[in-house]
Design a protein. Structure first.
Length: 212
């Protein structure tokens, strides 16, 4: 069982129940997922991830594209519920990523923490980023990526975030040592619990519902 599936299994077995405005969730607090390149390969080979769509999504994020129609043009429909414009969402912050990556590649300073902050307080938002911070550090010539997620939908959002972080790391001219996600609240919506169990039993054709 790869490390991503281990998190799913742990939420299913040990999670507590909670109700929020989107529905009932089974959740755990303050979990950590630390992934080496071998762990990432294990996840990407064993779990169905919409790689092309996620690559296109990250590219649009980094361009600062807020028009939902532009995402739909490349087959991404999961932002439709936000309306026509992504307000104070991922593009607002990810457009700062290209110059940050260029700076890392130019400097490559072991002593410096390169940080991308996502999310702002007291700002209008139709979808505040669940990924709140990404930190890039260099350790003995290798790249160490650390991320904090205030909230993580384990069935749908978490594998996408893992793949996005991997794509970011690939743009930095250093071998990747690890990606670590610190998950403030990792959860599975009640209507996705049964399909999560089926996924863990080996059914790769299950689909999950988007809760908004």
């Amino acid at each position: 069982m790869n490390k991503y599936y281990q998190i799913l299994d742990k939420v299913c077995l040990l999670g507590k129940m909670q109700h929020n405005k989107k529905g009932n969730i089974k959740y755990l607090l303050n979990e950590q997922l630390s992934l080496t390149p071998a762990d990432l390969l294990d996840i990407f080979e064993g779990h169905n991830i919409a790689r092309k769509k996620l690559r296109n999504e990250l590219q649009l994020f980094m361009q600062g594209e807020r028009n939902v129609d532009k995402y739909r043009e490349v087959g991404i429909t999961w932002w439709d519920y936000c309306g026509s414009i992504l307000v104070n969402s991922y593009p607002t912050y990810f457009e700062k990523l290209p110059p940050l990556i260029a700076k890392i590649n130019r400097e490559k300073r072991n002593s410096k923490n390169y940080v991308l902050f996502l999310g702002a307080t007291d700002a209008e938002s139709n979808q505040a980023p669940c990924l709140s911070l990404v930190q890039f550090q260099i350790d003995d010539g290798e790249l160490v990526v650390s991320a904090y997620q205030r909230s993580s939908d384990a069935s749908l959002g978490l594998p996408s975030d893992i793949y996005h972080l991997y794509l970011m790391a690939r743009q930095i001219d250093l071998p990747l040592k690890s990606i670590t996600l610190n998950l403030g609240n990792v959860h599975i919506y009640e209507n996705n619990l049964e399909n999560t169990r089926l996924l863990l039993e080996g059914n790769e054709k299950v689909k999950f519902e988007l809760n908004v």
